[in-house]
Design a protein around this ligand. Structure first.
Ligand code: NAD
Length: 283
C-alpha cells in the first residue's frame, strides 16, 4: 500500500489566503527582504518570497545590495530598517558573503521584526518552550503533521539534521508537542537503528536519498525537508521507495517547500501584530 501524500501546496495556498485576509484587515504590513550579492540560489529564493508577499498584499521591498557591501554598511541599513515605522518584518537572506559575520548580522535585526526567527532571542524563547517567532520551515513541518492529524503525543520522533534553521527547531517543536525526540546527525552511528524506530521521521540533511526505503519503519510518517538539486531534478533526503512502507509521506517537490513560504508570511503578520501592540513580544 502506498503512503498518503502530505502535499504542501493546498495547505500553503489556504494559509496564504488567510494571510492575505489578515494583511487586508491590518492595512499596511511592511516586509523587507535583503539580499547581499548575487548568489543564484538566493536570488531564486528571494524572488519566490517577494512574489508571494506581493500576492498576499504586503508592502514588500526587495532590497538588493552589492556583494562588496561592508559589514558596517549592512549594519547601518539594518538600523534604519529596525527604526522604520513602515517596516514590520526584516529578512536577511543567508548565506552572506564571507567577509560579513553572519551571527552579528542575525543579532542586529530587532527580535520582534526577525521574520526568520533566527535571532538568539527567538531561538532562546523556542528552547525555553515559549515560542515567539519560529523559523518558517520547522513551522511548516508541524503544520503538515497537524493537517493530517498525526498523533504526536507519546510518539517517537526521529529528526535527522541539527541545523539551527531546521533540525533543532523541529526537535523543540516536536518535543513541546509531547513527542519523544531523538536527534541524529552526521556523527550518529548506525542511523538505520534509529530511523527504524521512528513513528515520525523528519529528514533535514541535504543528501539525496540518504534514507533508503529499508530504513523506514512500516506505517510511519515521513517528512522529507531535503531539497537537493541533482541531474534528475529536485530530490529529497528520502528515497521515494519509502512510499511503499510509510503511512504518510511528504513529496519532494511540493511537500515542505511550499509550506516554508506560507509560514514565513504568517510570521510577517505576527511581526506586524507585535509592532502594533496587538501581541506582546516576550520581555
Ligand atoms: P545544514 O547543512 O545546515 O545541516 C545538515 C544537517 O545534516 C547537519 O546537522 C548534519 O549534521 C546532518 N548530516 C549531514 N550528513 C549527515 C549524514 N550522513 N547522516 C546524518 N546526518 C547528517 O542543512 P539545513 O539548512 O538544515 O538543510 C537541510 C536540507 O533541507 C537541505 O537539503 C536544504 O536544502 C533543505 N531545506 C529545505 C527547506 C524547505 O523549504 N523545504 C528549507 C530549508 C532547508
Amino acid at each position: 500500500m502506498s503512503a498518503t501524500l502530505m502535499k504542501g501546496k493546498p495547505l500553503a495556498e489556504r494559509i496564504r489566503a488567510e494571510v492575505a485576509e489578515e494583511v487586508r484587515v491590518l492595512g499596511h504590513v511592511g516586509l523587507v527582504t535583503v539580499l547581499v550579492g548575487d548568489d543564484p540560489a538566493s536570488d531564486v529564493y528571494i524572488r519566490l518570497k517577494h512574489k508571494a508577499a506581493v500576492e498576499a498584499g504586503f508592502a514588500a521591498t526587495d532590497l538588493r545590495l552589492p556583494a562588496d557591501t561592508s559589514e558596517a554598511d549592512l549594519l547601518a541599513k539594518l538600523d534604519e530598517l529596525n527604526a522604520s515605522d513602515d517596516v514590520d518584518a526584516i529578512l536577511v537572506q543567508l548565506p552572506l558573503p564571507k567577509h560579513i559575520d553572519e551571527a552579528r548580522i542575525i543579532r542586529a535585526v530587532t527580535p520582534s521584526k526577525d521574520v526568520d526567527g533566527f535571532h538568539p532571542l527567538n531561538a532562546g524563547e523556542l528552547y525555553l518552550g515559549r515560542p515567539a517567532i519560529v523559523s518558517a520551515t520547522p513551522r511548516g513541518v508541524m503544520a503538515l503533521l497537524a493537517e493530517h492529524n498525526i498523533e504526536l503525543d507519546g510518539a517517537h520522533a526521529v529528526v535527522i539534521g541539527r541545523s539551527a534553521i531546521v533540525g533543532k527547531p523541529v526537535m523543540h517543536l516536536l518535543q513541546q508537542a509531547n513527542a519523544t525526540v531523538t536527534l541524529c546527525h552526521s556523527h550518529t552511528r548506525d542511523l538505520a537503528q534509529y530511523t527504524l524506530e521512528a513513528d515520525i521521521l523528519v529528514a533535514a540533511v541535504g543528501v539525496p536519498a540518504l534514507v533508503s526505503a529499508d530504513m523506514v519503519k512500516d506505517r510511519s510518517v515521513v517528512v522529507d525537508v531535503g531539497m537537493n538539486r541533482t541531474e534528475a531534478g529536485l530530490v529529497g533526503d528520502v528515497d521515494p521507495g519509502a512510499l511503499d512502507r510509510a503511512a504518510y509521506m511528504t513529496p519532494v517537490p511540493g511537500g515542505v517547500g511550499p509550506m516554508t513560504i506560507a509560514c514565513l508570511l504568517q510570521n510577517a503578520v505576527k511581526c506586524a501584530r507585535y509592532r502594533r501592540g496587538e501581541l506582546a513580544y516576550p520581555g
